[in-house]
Design a protein around this ligand. Structure first.
Ligand SMILES: Nc1ncnc2c1ncn2[C@@H]1O[C@H](COP(=O)(O)OP(=O)(O)O)[C@@H](O)[C@H]1O
Ligand SMILES: [Mg+2]
Length: 236
């Protein structure tokens, strides 16, 4: 479904992503794990073309999207749930969700309402709070809202950037259970995480990124038992 080849990202001469190659197959959960500053967010943002690539190629469902417009990338079926959630604090839960849809329909359409009901059935806590300002939600609820917004256009592939960041362990488990539910809905998931332990529990395959390069890859179950991964990322 997604093929990323030799991706590079530079910021004013800083080489943040030096050479990143990976692929994601239909209905897989693929994790990219790595420590702070390894180049995870830069990789996702350059796939979405919200930061410029210095090099490399990206194909999605057989189509070359290396230089595609960010809005077209969303329309083609890639949802990006960014690090830090970026919800609109003074807009209600429902308004935040509608903004996830305007890319295609202008909002308020019958299809948007159907998407919203789908999001509410997946996240009953959002349904109870649909008129509440986004900024008054708990951290976990805000993450649910960001994920719900990413689902509004019914993407084939969802890219999650550190959905567990800053959340209590019990809330992290809840969010990861939701990722499994989203995959069960027929979606494909690319999950970027510093929380290697949790990510390797739900992923099928994983890549380890270190200072802008893929250092290791394999089945998630195998990587959990790899001594290098255990000492560097699992605290074992
Ligand atoms: N806008 C920016 N300008 C300059 N350097 C940046 C910018 N964004 C990220 N970087 C640098 O690029 C590297 C990779 O960052 P990032 O992709 O955010 O890593 P991660 O998401 O894995 O924590 C880091 O060294 C970071 O300081
Ligand atoms: Mg990041």
């Amino acid at each position: 479904m997604l093929e990323v080849e030799n991706l590079r990202v530079h910021y004013c001469g800083i080489r943040a992503v030096k050479d990143v190659t990976f692929r994601v197959t239909d209905r897989e959960i693929v994790a990219v794990i790595g420590s702070n500053g390894a180049g995870k967010s830069s990789s996702l943002m350059s796939i979405s073309n919200v930061v410029r690539k210095a090099g490399g190629a990206v194909r999605f469902a057989g189509q070359d999207i290396t230089s595609a417009d960010p809005a077209d990338i969303v329309r083609l079926g890639i949802g990006h749930v960014p690090e830090g959630r970026h919800i609109f604090p003074f807009l209600t839960v429902e308004e935040n969700l509608i903004l996830g849809d305007t890319g295609r329909t202008g909002g308020g359409s019958g299809r948007a309402n159907a998407s919203m009901e789908m999001v509410y059935s997946l996240f009953p806590r959002l349904a109870d709070r649909r008129r509440q300002p986004g900024g008054t939600l708990s951290g976990g609820e805000q993450q649910m809202l960001a994920i719900g917004r990413g689902l509004m256009l019914d993407p084939k592939l969802l890219m999650f950037d550190e959905p567990s960041l800053g959340l209590a362990p019990i809330v992290v488990e809840e969010i990861f259970d939701l990722l499994l539910k989203i995959r069960a809905m027929g979606k494909t998931i690319l999950l970027v995480e510093q929380n290697a332990n949790m990510a390797l529990q739900i992923a099928d395959r994983a890549y380890v990124i270190e200072t802008g390069r893929i250092a290791l890859s394999g089945k998630a179950a195998d990587l959990r038992h790899d001594p290098k991964v255990a000492s560097a990322y699992l605290g074992i």
